[in-house]
Design a protein around this ligand. Structure first.
Ligand code: C2E
Ligand code: MG
Ligand code: MG
Ligand code: MG
Length: 292
């Protein structure tokens, strides 16, 4: 159950015996105050380039420290925020915090890295999303090329022309767009071709056990090759073992993200990794043909 809840905290969220709807109602009330009570916090999970093993960016992942229930997973409260409209102020806070933080690392002279922020369906469809982004970028002073917006296939089921126009509007600001959790929806890569994405993130469920699961390996490799032919960079999500990593090296995956390198960590911890130049170690025993 804890694994399903995600995050890097093993304790805390205690399921109650209340009915789902009552539970949600109670949660909704406290979510309304979570921002002003400063119960939300951004964690950062490093994204690493396989060319040289260096950190190229981080995905910002929101955490809610509920005063009674402890840590609540975004898997639980983001859908609730979407249903109630609270996603607007929460999403705004996430974008602001991620941009300000990333700019401040750059100002301190740390190696510049990009920050990836998740946008939910409803956020993507906010009429004033571009204006909000322009303002947040200007206020933070972050160069837009360092901001990456992660969208899921859910946005692709609506009017195609409108979605493409909206994506192009965002891209014209200079931000990067990635398609998150690829493989979990129903889009084929040929369908995706018409949308102006920069990066594709292969969902964890395909990356899992690629060293032993032939189906997953075949799918992952096919996705990487086709994505490259469409000029998309590929990030493998949820890389947990050196053996999985070895297969991704072999298949020329661009970036990886996962517990193998680091769990999502607090800002100070991520800063320390940047400062110390933490790198992905190549495991010679699993990569005999790649050792230098
Ligand atoms: P996601 O965008 O696909 O984020 C990746 C999730 O996979 C994160 O879960 C991360 O902690 C987890 N993960 C990373 N590496 C590994 C690994 O090696 N093994 C395993 N088992 N898990 C790994 P997290 O932080 O619980 O977030 C879950 C989802 O909640 C995210 O999925 C995203 O859809 C949503 N979310 C998180 N933060 C935000 C936010 O600020 N705004 C919005 N709209 N959604 C968010
Ligand atoms: Mg994501
Ligand atoms: Mg994902
Ligand atoms: Mg996911």
């Amino acid at each position: 159950y804890a694994k399903q809840l995600g995050g890097n905290q093993s304790q805390s969220y205690t399921p109650t015996l209340q009915s789902e709807s009552l539970d949600d109602l109670t949660l909704e009330t406290s979510l309304r105050y979570a921002l002003e009570r400063q119960e939300l916090q951004l964690y950062y999970q490093p994204i690493v380039g396989l060319q040289n093993g260096r950190i190229v960016g981080a995905e910002a992942l929101v955490r809610w420290h509920h005063p009674q229930q402890g840590m609540i997973s975004p898997v639980k409260f983001i859908p609730l925020a979407e249903q109630t409209g609270l996603i607007a102020p929460i999403g705004e806070w996430v974008l602001q915090t991620a941009c300000n933080q990333t700019k401040s690392w750059q100002s301190e002279g740390l190696p510049p890295v990009r920050v990836a922020v998740n946008l939910s369906f409803r956020q993507f469809n906010q009429v004033d999303l571009s204006e909000r982004l322009v303002r947040i970028l200007a206020q933070s002073g972050l160069d837009p090329s360092y901001l990456e917006l992660e969208l899921t296939e859910s946005i692709l089921v609506q009017n195609v022309e409108l979605t493409i126009a909206k994506l192009n509007e965002l891209k014209s600001m200079g931000v990067q767009i990635s398609l998150d959790d690829f493989g979990t929806g129903y889009s084929s890569l040929s369908y995706l071709q018409q949308f102006p994405f920069d990066l594709l993130k292969i969902d964890r469920c395909f990356v899992q056990d690629i060293n032993t699961n032939a189906t997953n390996a075949a799918l992952t490799n096919a996705i990487i090759q086709m994505a490259h032919s469409l000029n998309l960079k590929v990030i493998a999500e949820g890389v947990e073992t050196p053996e999985e990593l070895a297969v991704l090296y072999e298949n020329k995956c661009d970036n990886i993200q996962g517990y193998l390198f680091s769990r999502p960590v607090k800002a100070e911890e991520f800063k320390r990794m940047l400062k110390e130049g933490k790198r992905l170690e190549r495991q010679p025993q699993s990569l005999p043909h790649l050792t230098e």
